[in-house]
Design a protein around this ligand. Sequence first.
Ligand SMILES: *Cc1c(COP(=O)(O)O)cnc(C)c1O
Length: 384
Amino acid sequence: MSESSMRIETKLVHAGEPLPRIAGAVEMPIFQSATYEYGGEGSYHDVRYLRTNNTPSQLALHAKLAALEGSQAALVTASGMAAISTTLLTVLSAGDHLLAQSCLYGGTHDLLTRDFANFALAVDFIDADRRDGWQAQLRPNTRAIYVEAMTNPLLQVADLNAVVEFARAHGLVSIIDNTFASPINFRPIEAGFDLSIHSATKYLNGHADIVAGAVAGGAELIERIRHKANHLGGSLDPHAAFLLGRGLKTLALRVRYQNDSALRIARFLEGHPAVARVNYAGLETHPRHARARSLFAGFGGVLSFELKGPASGADEFARKVRIPIVAPSLGGVHTLLTRPATTSHAGLAREDRLRLGIGDALLRLSVGIEATEDLLEDFEEALR
Ligand SMILES: *Cc1c(COP(=O)(O)O)cnc(C)c1O
């Protein structure tokens, strides 16, 4: 059986692992070495050094991630933001223009709005839900279009097929942050995107114990991104690479469980009299449920909901629940709860925040792998 014909669960365990096994080791060893003996390499980018992203732990992860995403190549980075910034600074040059989805991850949004101008890069935000307005925002120097699989914290689902078609029609590089879906629920390269980016800190590693990133895509583009990463320096540490490789092996088990658990919790919350609104693409009441169903194999482990009444009720709920930990980040084995108005979106003016639909009493939940029944009982008690 060839590796490419394996199902994703098998690829998670076996793809990219060195053969013959190193000293017979069943698990990929930790290659705690920054540099490697010179083997006649002809260029700077081929010298085997951790920052040139070509050491054994990195190469194994590149091959595994490419197999998972169905891409020609992939690259791991020191963080999700390293993957995002390095990718954008490879695809864009001074004077270029980017179209980006309007409700982005906070770090990405800040990069585009606060740092881009210093690099003479321009950005315009699009309503990624509807294709109608995009053409009017196109400029002669537009080079790329950037979206996310699902937005944070409202779990909106953009018209991703239209993004691919629009990019192809106008010669743009299409880039998606696929962190929230993970390759278990969505494989953007197979859907026609040029580049798929992850904060591997989240689902890919899944255990809230490292920061890492990844980008997958065509071999030529990934090689250009690797060269840029060699210059910018955001390379993954070997111990983090080991943990990422280990965490990845259980990705399918974790994400499918989290899909199911989050859907049950979303249904429970939607039916509860103390809850005003639940945002989860797996609910029939989600405005883009049909679109999400046609795009994704599952709807992920993150949902958000608004309690009736003032924000103090949301804080009280967060204090009363026993299992969820009040902490930022997502996609790990622990259930985490945040109130975006005071954490991820605290930097926004209140009116802007409310206009985006992020109310004071909105809570975001990243469902972990605890027993769903325990979480439901915990929420039931806290809501009472
Ligand atoms: C967390 C996150 C990032 C940033 O990743 P880091 O690993 O923290 O640098 C980017 N995009 C999304 C959607 C995220 O959730």
